[in-house]
Write a protein that binds this ligand. Structure first.
Ligand code: SF4
Length: 602
């Protein structure tokens, strides 16, 4: 009996319109668990790292993990594929109800290859699979698609792309439960290239527990702890950190020119709560319910009911675009969700355009009639539609910020704040050096969820945010491995962090769930193995160096706070060398044969 798992994976070939049921060897499961871990293992086995992300051979892998749908903080699932934005392994997570329902449909995972001849969607219920015609819903936004499919199929969950995925916007998301996004790295564009509009899941199957009572006790204990430790987070969601980041001078403004926004009070968590909040909402079985439902009932940016925006989105369409109109940010978030686009990359691509305009680089003719000065909400909303439908200059911006910069020539790529082609999230790293290092080493390009290093440098005073050093490097490597593990068990990171789910607790829970003995050391090594396998895949896919953008080494921050001067290239280089050494990688960042052998990757 495959306790904790459904024991089956579903393989779909859209080109031949066939599907088959498969299994994964127990020893592979033991080494990678599920989610991000099994996802990268499958991607490495199923595809050549050199393939075109839009090729039929690219695998779009939806993975649950042993924890998905079991206790609290178990709502998540993972998507792994080759990214059209970065050319590296993409791995995106999302909560809601879709992951638990994939498992209830009878499968741990879904591997989709090929390309449908006409728009299609999958209906997966209680072990069956149908490839159905999606021509009626092709072109629709996420909300309408969701309503249509739920009206047709009843009690199901829907993961779908919007027009942005259909049009192959390189940062298109896959949306589930309408507002939950597997947002980063363009997984939605891969789905669009396969002409797959949606995956609908439902069923009543259940995975079995070795010792359900003991597992649930530990799971719920963590839930209670998280309720105590993160009450303020539950109240405001991630928007609670907006004011804090502004105070610390780490809130990106005017496309990473400064770290403080003079009008932050107008668009922070408190403003959102007091002016537009309707109710809390949570993922499957979550005691924190960190999602907030808002509505805007008057003015030009009305929105009926919508989830979010999260902190990152408040940054991307707010301070980083110089925009202090909160209603318009709620609207932009809702529009992005419906079009199916990553708000971070969409916001960054727009703020880059405003930044280049300020520098006198943008010829007004390319965006006729649009005011490209900072802080115009109508410009932001118009550009979002242009990008998603690839209209006029939106066609260039749909290619991402680096490719947009290349369009203008004149060496404009040097202005783009990215690593490995992926836009920075909402943390100004000239006031958090370790966070900067973590964006450079992140296996999916600049990203806030691979190490969550800002928690150590900016949310607390545990570490001096300026400077690098061996201690920071040790913490970074530990956190990267730990979070690779959490993404492989498939668990919500907020819940894990605030619920006190240590390696010891997690290994005991996994033992109770599966009946197999796991130690804390073994789990930690699984995280390390996953990080190394991602590295190996990425090295064969495309040699994108672990660097930070030039501007961070050359420009001081333009705000009133002390600190925030340019990072020393020499110190960053030394930190990277320390990082490689700590990971037992060579001077070019390649895992050494000894490390590969230790991790069973040879
Ligand atoms: S804490 Fe938030 S993101 Fe995590 S499971 Fe709960 S509602 Fe979902």
């Amino acid at each position: 009996m495959d306790l904790g798992y459904m024991g089956k994976i579903l393989r779909v070939d859209l080109s031949n319109r066939t599907w088959q049921v498969d299994t994964i060897d127990l020893d592979v499961k033991r080494k990678y668990l599920g989610g991000r871990g099994l996802g990268i293992w499958l991607l490495s086995k199923e595809t050549l790292a050199s393939i075109d992300p839009y090729a039929e051979e690219n695998a779009l892998i939806f993975m649950t993990g042993p924890y998905t749908g079991t206790g609290v903080f178990s709502a998540f699932y993972n998507i792994t594929t080759k990214s059209p934005l970065t050319g590296l392994a993409a791995s995106s997570h999302s909560g809601g109800t879709w992951g638990p329902l994939l498992k209830k449909s009878g499968y741990d995972a879904l591997i989709i290859k090929g390309k449908a001849e006409r728009p299609s969607y999958l209906l997966i219920e209680d072990g069956s699979c149908q490839i159905l015609d999606a021509r009626e819903i092709w072109g629709l936004g996420v909300k309408k698609t969701n309503s249509f499919l739920q009206a047709r199929h009843g009690k199901v969950a829907v993961a779908t792309i919007g027009p942005a995925g259909e049009k192959l916007v390189r940062y298109a998301a896959i949306m589930n439960d309408i507002h939950r996004a597997a947002g980063r790295s363009g997984v939605g564009a891969v789905m669009g290239a396969k002409k797959l509009k949606a995956v609908v899941v439902g069923g009543s199957q259940k995975s079995q527990y070795h010792n359900r009572k003991a597992f649930m006790e530990l799971s719920r204990n963590g839930g209670k702890k998280a309720q105590q430790n993160a009450a303020v987070f539950a109240k405001y969601g991630t928007s609670v950190v907006y004011s804090l980041m502004n105070e610390r001078g780490a809130l990106p403004t005017y496309y990473y020119k400064g770290g403080q926004f003079k009008r932050a009070d107008e668009i922070n968590g408190e403003a959102l709560k007091s002016r537009y909040w309707i109710r809390d909402k949570g993922c499957f079985n979550c005691p924190l319910k960190c999602a907030n439902v808002h509505s805007v009932t008057e003015g030009p940016y009305q929105v009926e009911e919508t989830e979010g925006p999260e902190y990152e989105t408040l940054m991307a369409f707010g301070s980083n675009c110089g925009n202090a109109n909160l209603a318009s940010i709620i609207k932009a978030n809702d529009v992005c969700n419906d079009l199916g686009m990553d708000t971070i990359s969409a916001g960054n691509t727009i703020s880059l355009l405003l930044y280049l305009n300020e520098k006198g680089i943008v010829d007004k003719g390319i965006v006729k009639g649009l005011d490209l000065s900072w802080g115009n909400p109508d410009t932001i909303l118009t550009l979002l539609e242009m990008i998603a439908y690839r209209k006029e200059f939106g066609d260039v911006m749909a290619e991402g910020s680096m490719r947009t910069a290349s369009y203008f020539g004149k060496g404009c790529e040097r202005y783009v704040i990215h690593t490995k082609m992926q836009d920075f999230p909402g943390f100004e790293v000239r006031r958090a050096y370790g966070t900067g290092l973590s964006f450079a080493t992140s296996s999916r390009g600049a990203d806030h969820l691979r190490a969550c290093f800002y928690v150590n440098e900016l949310f607390s005073t545990e570490l001096d945010p300026y400077g690098f050093g061996a201690d920071k490097v040790n913490i970074l490597v530990e956190k990267e491995n730990m979070l690779a593990l959490i993404d492989s068990l498939v668990m919500c990171k907020f819940g894990q962090r605030n619920g006190g789910y240590t390696l010891e607790v997690l290994s005991t829970m996994l033992t109770h769930l599966t009946g197999d003995e796991y130690s804390a050391e073994e789990l930690f090594q699984i995280g390390e193995r996953v990080y190394n396998l991602e590295r190996i895949y990425n090295l064969s896919a495309q040699k994108e160096p672990d660097v930070l953008p030039d501007r961070l080494f050359e420009e001081d921050l333009d705000d009133a706070l002390e600190g925030g001067t340019k990072i020393s290239r020499e110190e960053f280089k030394e930190a990277l060398e320390l990082y490689y050494k700590n990971r037992q990688w060579d001077e070019l960042g390649r895992p050494t044969p000894a490390k590969l052998s230790e991790l069973g990757l040879k």
